[in-house]
Design a protein around this ligand. Sequence first.
Ligand SMILES: NC(=O)c1ccc[n+]([C@@H]2O[C@H](COP(=O)([O-])OP(=O)(O)OC[C@H]3O[C@@H](n4cnc5c(N)ncnc54)[C@H](OP(=O)(O)O)[C@@H]3O)[C@@H](O)[C@H]2O)c1
Length: 331
Amino acid sequence: MSGRAVAVVGATGAVGEELLALLTTRRFPVRELRLFASTAGGESRAGQPVLPLTPGCLRGCDLVVFAASAEVALAHAPPAAAAGALVIDCSTAFRRDRSVPLVVPEVNGADLRGHRGLVANPNCSAILLTLALAPLHRAVGVRAAVVATYQAASGAGRPGIDELRAGIAALARGEAPPPAVDLPQPLAGNLFPHIDAFGAEGYSSEEDKLQDEARRILGVPDLRVDATCVRVPVERCHSEAVAVQLAAPLAPAAARTLFAAAPGLVVDDEPSAGRYPMPSTVAGADAVAIGRIRGGRVFVPGLTFWLVGDQLRKGAALNAVQIAEAAFAAT
Ligand SMILES: NC(=O)c1ccc[n+]([C@@H]2O[C@H](COP(=O)([O-])OP(=O)(O)OC[C@H]3O[C@@H](n4cnc5c(N)ncnc54)[C@H](OP(=O)(O)O)[C@@H]3O)[C@@H](O)[C@H]2O)c1
């Protein structure tokens, strides 16, 4: 792979900063790096200037990763792709567009074939869930899942981290956390089942994304996912409690073997020894950790388990870099 001209839009955000770190640690062949955010005059942590988007600023790029809002991606991603760049968007802008592949490389990397320059990076919780469901689906078939998520403050970006930190500091001083600004409720010493807007059926759009995106990524159009998405006062890593309905029986021991062999997953499952995945042990890791694997009591045949993944990494930035690596390797 020869050196690439790379642009990161949203370079000062939680995902953007993780992307910049990963380009270095994964030795992505960067010939030229352009960084963009909402305002001029800033710098990345490495001291590189961060500029606002201007007409023509993405011209000549081989790779553009958008880690900003859907509005920014809708306005700037298609022209960048039309100008010849591989464009990977981390927002919701193109995830429902059937002409844009929605890809978790370990699960449906083949969907990258024939992309037209634009690739959508899935929702963070959907990436973690589909990594775990994929080996089960390949082995016996997956029909439905009931999922409760425990999502970190950084899932709401820098503002989410800042609000959690300010609230924890206030609690430590014996004061009430400040009123919520970017989050719907104060998060320190609290949690709430409210991520994104609620729709007519009573599900939040984050909960809808788990079903809609898992269907596309796994290629199971009638998969049913009943999710309750909860924001918890953890800075980094999303956790999920998952009960799956399978199409055929699969013993927990066999599932453990499948998970252990699946790319992107590690098994951490010795509960009686205090071994199960937690945000404190998974933060900063590439792999999604899975444990508490058991037979389940509601779905027959079924399986119940617990997973934790660093959503800034595999749930966002790492998945985007892996998409770029796979797409360029195929050319
Ligand atoms: N956080 C996660 O766990 C996660 C996971 C999966 C997907 N995503 C998605 O990834 C995207 C980025 O999320 P984040 O958590 O990194 O958010 P964030 O921390 O709030 O960062 C947003 C970034 O977008 C930039 N930006 C805002 N308006 C812009 C504009 N008009 N032009 C150029 N840049 C602009 C911001 O620049 P300034 O600093 O100058 O405002 C900042 O760099 C979102 O679409 C989000 O839904 C996030």
